[in-house]
Write a protein that binds this ligand. Structure first.
Ligand SMILES: NC(=O)C1=CN([C@@H]2O[C@H](COP(=O)(O)OP(=O)(O)OC[C@H]3O[C@@H](n4cnc5c(N)ncnc54)[C@H](OP(=O)(O)O)[C@@H]3O)[C@@H](O)[C@H]2O)C=CC1
Ligand SMILES: CC(C)(CO)C(=O)C(=O)O
Length: 310
């Protein structure tokens, strides 16, 4: 199967390595220096057991037209770049192409608005990693399947089934569900409740969960997500005791820094718009009180505003 992965970042590179064992994979990256670096030196993945795998001879380009139409495009950029990345990918998307995303946050409607809902394979990954150097990535590993996915329009067809079978040839655990929304929202609630709290306090989960005030803030954010989910008709059992669920999810990150804290510390734009910002937009549309998420969105955006001013 021919696959193009847009965004040669942490997840894009890890997935290129995994899919590339079986399939013909091309990375598409906007940053020209990164394309040159990957072409010149390849990339290294530090595997969960500490072994280093080096990949030379990387298929990577900044020109999607060079790639042509593929079977599967994976959008693997930060939430705020989703629309630009999907529009940029259009030369690789033909009648039969499907578009996969395991990005965090509410991004699948953005992708669907560009390519059509019937082409979108939405989902999450339980795998993660972090950058070490521009072409060295630490693959933290998986706390569950590589992919939990579903056809976003809930209408699986032969093409979708074929792509799933091809992906399974990697030997990775790939779970297919009929309705992907609850899966996305279950991960979303953890990211929305924990990431900005870590980002503004500088706390790891160990520190945050030792503080009753921080836990109260996490709970408020999570409860608003649940109200929005209910208003949208989305249900997953953990909604019944959401605070306990998000505390446990956060505890799972141990003393690692969540991505939004890493972003703020490195003065990088955060994913606040497709996480808490998206909850605010959805909540306001549906008449749900989302004040806590609105306040924390303003705080994180204020931090971003100050990046180049100090
Ligand atoms: N890292 C992780 O462990 C996990 C991440 N995720 C999610 O996956 C998504 C990607 O995260 P991650 O891999 O960490 O992010 P990274 O920032 O490491 O990678 C994104 C890459 O895409 C590039 N990019 C930006 N815009 C475009 C574009 N239009 N076309 C091509 N490339 C582009 C970026 O360049 P530049 O840096 O110049 O912007 C960067 O190299 C996020 O939604 C994240 O929340 C989900 C699970 C785990
Ligand atoms: C699951 C978790 C917390 C992993 O670090 C994450 O998604 C993030 O950091 O944004």
């Amino acid at each position: 199967m021919r696959i193009a992965i847009v965004g040669a970042g942490v997840i894009g590179t890890i997935f290129a390595y995994i899919f590339g064992k079986v399939h013909d994979v091309t990375l598409v990256e906007v940053v020209k220096e990164k394309v040159d670096l990957y072409r010149r030196e390849g990339y290294t993945i530090i595997m969960p057991d500490g072994k280093e795998v080096h990949v030379d001879d990387v298929n990577i380009t900044n020109d999607p037209k060079e790639v042509g139409v593929v079977d599967l495009v994976q959008i693997s950029v930060k939430g705020y770049a989703t629309e630009a990345a999907t529009k940029g990918a259009l030369p690789m998307i033909g009648d039969e192409t499907m578009v996969l995303s395991v990005q965090n946050g509410l991004v699948h409607d953005i992708i669907a608005s560009v390519v059509g809902k019937e082409k979108v394979i939405a989902g999450i990954t339980a795998h993660s990693g972090m950058p070490v150097k521009p072409n060295v990535i630490r693959y933290v590993g998986g706390y569950g399947p590589l992919l939990i996915i579903g056809k976003y329009d809930k209408k699986p067809n032969e093409r979708f089934n074929w792509i799933v079978e091809e992906l399974k040839k990697t030997g990775e655990e790939i779970v297919v569900v009929d309705d992907i929304e609850p899966v996305i929202w279950k991960k979303l609630v953890a990211n929305v409740a924990c990431n900005p709290v870590a980002a503004i306090t500088g706390m790891t989960s160990v520190e945050a969960l030792a503080c009753e005030d921080t836990k109260a803030l996490i709970k408020m954010l999570a409860e608003e997500v649940v109200e929005v989910a209910r208003a949208k008709g989305i249900y997953f059992p953990e909604m019944e005791n959401i605070a306990e669920f998000v505390y446990e999810a956060f505890a799972g990150t141990k003393d690692n820094k969540v991505s939004m804290l890493q972003d703020v510390e490195n003065k990088r734009r955060t994913e606040i718009d497709t996480l808490n910002g998206a909850i605010v937009r959805e909540g306001e549309k549906l008449g749900v009180d989302v004040k806590a998420n609105k306040v924390i969105t303003h705080i994180v955006k204020s931090l971003e505003f100050m990046y180049d001013k100090r």
